[in-house]
Design a protein around this ligand. Structure first.
Ligand code: HEM
Ligand code: HEM
Length: 179
C-alpha cells in the first residue's frame, strides 16, 4: 500500500491526515461554539482545557501535513482550467485558516494571563503579553477565522459529496487512494 502520493493518487499518509484532521476540526468547532455560550468556571474549566489541547494538536498536525506535502506533493484537483485553480485556492485557504484559527486562539488565551496547558500537564509558552484589549481582539479574530473555516468546510463537503455522486473519482481517491 503506497504511503506516498502519486501524480493521480492520494497516499495513505495524506489520507490519514485528511480524515483525522476533518474529525478534529469539526469537533473543535462544535466544542468552541458550546464554550462561547458558557461562563468559564471551575466546573467547565476542563472543557476549555480539552479545546485548547485538541486545538494545539490540530496546529501541530497541519504543520506536519504541509511538511509532508512538500516531501510528497498531493495530486491536485481533478478539474481543469479555471475550476482547477479555484479549487486549489480554496484548499490553500482552508490550510491558511487551519493555521490562523489555532494561533489566534493561542494568542487570545495567552493575552488572558492564564497559563495555557497542553494535556493538563505542559505549560505552553505565551504568544503575547497579558492584556485585556488584545485578549478581546484575538478572540474576535479566532471567532471570525473559525466561522469562516466552518462555512468553507460545509461548501467543501457538499462539493465533495456532489462529485462523489457524479462518480468522477474525487471522493474515491480520498477514501481509497486511487480514482
Ligand atoms: C483548528 C483549531 C481551532 C478551532 C477550529 C477552534 C474553534 C473555535 C470556535 C468555533 C469557538 C467559538 C467562537 C465564538 O463563537 O466565540 C472557539 C472558542 C474558543 N477557543 Fe478555539 N478553536 C481552535 C483552536 C483553539 C486553540 C489552539 C485555543 C487555545 C490554545 C483555543 C481557545 C479557545 C477559547 C478559550 C475559546 C472560548 C472563547 C470565548 O469564551 O468566547 N481554540 N474556538
Ligand atoms: C465529510 C467531510 C469531508 C469530505 C467528504 C471531504 C472530501 C475531500 C475530498 C474528496 C478531497 C480531495 C479533493 C481532490 O481530489 O483534490 C478533499 C481534500 C481536502 N480536504 Fe476535505 N473532506 C471533508 C472534510 C474536510 C474538513 C473538515 C477539512 C478541514 C478543513 C478538509 C480539508 C481538506 C483539504 C485542505 C483538502 C486538500 C488536500 C490536498 O490536496 O492538500 N476536508 N476533501
Amino acid at each position: 500500500m503506497g504511503l506516498r502520493n502519486g501524480p493521480e493518487s492520494f497516499g495513505l499518509v495524506s489520507r490519514l491526515f485528511h480524515w483525522l484532521m476533518a474529525i478534529l476540526v469539526l469537533s473543535l468547532i462544535a466544542l468552541g461554539l458550546r464554550l462561547s455560550s458558557m461562563e468559564p468556571g471551575l466546573s467547565n474549566l476542563w472543557l476549555y482545557g480539552l479545546h485548547k489541547t485538541l486545538g494545539l494538536t490540530a496546529l501541530g498536525l497541519v504543520l506536519l501535513r504541509i511538511l509532508w506535502h512538500l516531501i510528497s506533493p498531493p495530486p491536485g484537483p481533478m478539474a481543469t482550467g479555471w475550476e482547477r485553480l479555484f479549487i486549489k485556492a480554496w484548499h490553500w485557504t482552508l490550510y491558511a485558516l487551519m493555521i490562523a484559527t489555532p494561533i489566534a486562539g493561542w494568542a487570545g488565551s495567552s493575552a488572558s494571563g492564564i497559563d495555557t496547558l497542553y494535556a493538563e500537564t505542559f505549560v505552553v509558552p505565551p504568544l503575547v503579553e497579558a492584556d485585556e484589549t488584545s485578549e478581546f481582539v484575538w478572540f474576535i479574530l479566532h471567532e471570525i477565522f473559525a466561522k469562516t473555516l466552518l462555512g468553507m468546510v460545509i461548501i467543501h463537503m457538499l462539493a465533495a459529496l456532489r462529485r462523489g455522486m457524479a462518480g468522477d473519482g474525487t471522493l474515491t481517491r480520498m477514501l481509497r487512494g486511487k480514482a
